[in-house]
Each structure stands twice: as C-alpha cells, then as structure tokens.
Design a protein around this ligand. Structure first.
Ligand code: PRP
Ligand code: URA
Length: 206
C-alpha cells in the first residue's frame, strides 16, 4: 500500500530541497528533518507489549515497543535519512546496502551489504530518498527478504508513479511511504520535477 505523507512542514522542507540553488548543508539538514517527521506515520502501527512499571505515585501498566527496528539505508543517498529516523528510535539497528544505478541501463548494481542478526523478528525500514524506476528499491527488498526479513516498509522522499508500480508488483506485501508522489521519469530516468541527484546533493560530489 502507498501512503503519501501530506504535512505542511514536509511540503515546506521538501520545496527547499527541490530548489536548484539549495546547497549541501541545507539539503542535508532538511532531509534529516523530513526523515524525523515521517517517522510518526511510518511507526503508527508498530506493535507494543504491556510492561509493569512503578511511577513515583503508583504501579502502572505502560507500553514498550514489541519488536526490534532495523533501518536499511540504500547507499549512498539513503544514509541521509538515517539520522532523522534514528533520533526518534535510538535503539534501531542499522543495516547497509550499497547500490548504484548504471547511468545507461538504469539497472542497480550491488557493491556492499551488512546486516544485524535476526532480521526475521524485526520491523525492517528500507530508506532511500529517491524511488525512480524502482529497480534499486526492489533489489534492496529482495536482499533483506533473503536475510529473513518479513515485516518490511519502504520509506522514500520522492517517488515516480513508475517506481511505485514496480515495487508494488514485485513486493505487494511491502508498505511504501513517500513525502511526495511526483509526475513522471524523464528520458534519463530522473524524477520530474524531483530534486536532481540526491546522492550528489547530500555529499557535495557534483
Ligand atoms: C539513486 C537513488 C536510488 C536510485 C533510484 O542512487 O539514491 O538509490 O538512484 O533509482 P531507481 O529507482 O531507478 O533504482 P544512485 O544510483 O544515484 O547512487 P548514489 O545514492 O550513490 O548517488
Ligand atoms: N536518482 C536520483 O538521485 N534522482 C532521481 O531523480 C532519480 C534517481
């Protein structure tokens, strides 16, 4: 299922990121902040366990998260979304999936993967600012499923309808969250209107 998180703060910050004159520092900061704002919606259905505690006044039955959370950034650009999410879920473990998209074929190529243990018991949140053709996200979800992950969410900033369709067809069990569903892909596989090359803008490599 696709959820587009419609919030004025997200719209404002995403507009700052889309501007071609926004520099690396502001781009990264706004991405961080949007990641934090998206957490509320992404985690709305996390299961809880009751827990008996003592307040200073009396015994009380409170709640704690029932499952471990694992954040899986697709390198490089996905790294830009980790801090904002981890600030609110500080116990989250981080996996890494390194992938780049071939500029000609637009096919994803994997160059790194590293996971924490017991993914099968975790809520796995795959993050990448850009969902373009969907090839990278589908490949990353394939990889975490191979590690045993079953409860998977995909969180991107900007998505193209083509990429959403591709992920939904390949992984109908995965919930997709976007800050914006954009219009289409151009002939180079870039999202329109989009925000350009997210990795280069986060890391200042162009
Ligand atoms: C970008 C982006 C996604 C991918 C999206 O990564 O961060 O991972 O492209 O495109 P797709 O949906 O068509 O697969 P890129 O390959 O540019 O690598 P980078 O993050 O290292 O810049
Ligand atoms: N990757 C990006 O960084 N931007 C796009 O628009 C598409 C893929």
């Amino acid at each position: 299922m696709l959820t587009v998180i419609d919030h004025p703060l997200i719209k404002h910050k995403l507009t700052v990121m889309r501007k071609k004159d926004t520099g690396t520092k502001d781009f990264r900061q706004n991405l961080d902040e949007i990641g934090g704002l998206m957490v509320y919606e992404i985690t709305r259905d996390l299961p809880l366990n009751p827990v008996e505690i003592e307040t200073p006044i009396c015994p009380y039955t409170g709640y704690e998260l029932a499952k471990k959370v694992v954040i899986v950034p697709i390198l490089r650009a996905g790294l830009g979304m980790v801090n904002g999410i981890q600030d609110l879920i500080p116990t989250a473990k981080i996996a890494h999936v390194g992938m780049y998209r071939d500029e000609e074929t637009l096919e994803p190529h994997t160059y790194f993967e590293k996971y924490p243990k017991n993914l099968e018991e975790a809520i796995t949140i795959v993050v990448d600012p850009m969902l373009a053709t969907g090839g990278s996200s589908v490949a990353a979800i394939d990889m975490v499923k191979k590690q045993g992950a079953t409860n998977i969410k995909l969180v991107c900033l900007v998505g193209a309808p083509e990429g959403v369709k591709t992920v939904e067809e390949a992984h109908p069990d995965v919930d997709i969250y976007l800050a914006s569903l954009d219009d289409h892909l151009n002939e180079h596989g870039y999202i329109v209107p989009g925000l350009g090359d997210a990795g280069d803008r986060i890391f200042g490599t162009k």
